[in-house]
Ligand binder design. Sequence first.
Ligand code: SF4
Length: 446
Amino acid sequence: MSKTSLRPALINQVLPHSIAAEIGFTPGDAIVSINGSQPRDLIDYQFLCADEYLELEVLDQKGKIHHLEIEKDYDEDLGLGFTTALFDGLIQCNNHCPFCFIDQQPPGKRASLYDKDDDYRLSFLYGSYLTLTNLTEKEWQRIQQMRLSPLYVSVHATDPDTRIQLLKNPRAGQILEQLKWFQENRLQIHAQVVVCPGINDGQQLTQTLLELAQFHQGDCPAVLSVAVVPVGLTRFRPTEDPLIPVSPAKAQEIITQVQALQTQFKAQFQSHFAWLADEWFLIAQADLPPESDYEDYPQIGNGVGSIRQFLRQFHTLASARLPQHLSTPKVLTWVVGNAVEKAFNPLVNRLNQVSGLTVNLAALNSDYWGQEITVTGLLTGQDLIEKLSGKNLGEGILLPTLMLKHDDTRFLDDLTVEEVSQRLKTRIFCCQDIESLLDHCVEIPD
Ligand code: SF4
């Protein structure tokens, strides 16, 4: 684990009409302390700012320190955004998982693309998965005292030796004791299991899910849900790793195995408790489960049920927003990963019922990662350039922002939307959600 030292919290956003805007904060200012305490991260900041009376020490862009006093309502937000949620730097990962996606990238990219975070703060704030192998006693205490729950934990296997083998870290074998700690402290986690064929599938997977289910008891279950996810491999992975890609037959085997356990859990807990990521069904070319199977979608951020939810929301919003016809005819190309081609064909048919609108689905695989079947979120700028150059794309591309890095205009290969647009000599319409996709389909071109 490595950490940089505590820095003032650098502001990059001041919400209009907020307390901060009234006081005269501007982006570039930085908060040094609140009521005498230096916030380490957004969690500290939010905790310290909950007070009704605040004394702020602020460093302006010229390096001058200001002391401010603020009186406000208890739950009133100051209206500030920061360049990072972690003012003291990222807690880095100390594992060496052979399936690590960071290690499966091509060499020679920006250094930050190779940052491996394993930070409980990001897990609490944004739902990213962590392994619990790098926490110090002080950090366990902070999780307990600040009630940082739920966290999202990559379990992979409850058997100590198997987990140590998967994470390549001797500290990885303590997972069951750690789950007991969560249970005793009435704190909760969502778990994930990345299945690597030949290592943690078969009996290991059954054991893992059954042991996790033992923590799904009582009025405050320590393990709220489990996502079972297939390992994703790229052509850049280290050659000496022991990993086998998930075949359609293996995907079907895992579906059958987990669905049998789901039936057992449903009878015991009135909940399926463990869910299969959509990708299993795409790899096996099997039908997705019905919507009701996903209950309240506890693992939607992990690709569990997201296609089902997308299909339903699409049809609802399409009925409400799509006109019968367009006054100006329009042709667009909707780019998705080829894994969802079958599921998305009915959506394209629905769009093309609007007279004057033609949407062509470009369902691509990723040669960049060396995958024959690719989910939308993994397509890169280079894939788009290679596969769409010279094609008639109509008025432009409908681009799901799922392909871009969080809060960024860059693809996973670091190309920007602008660069891809220039190379393809076409417009790119970024679609953050279904509403914006439908709006781009029907709005009149300039
Ligand atoms: S925990 Fe494993 S997969 Fe995650 S960043 Fe670390 S090495 Fe990579």
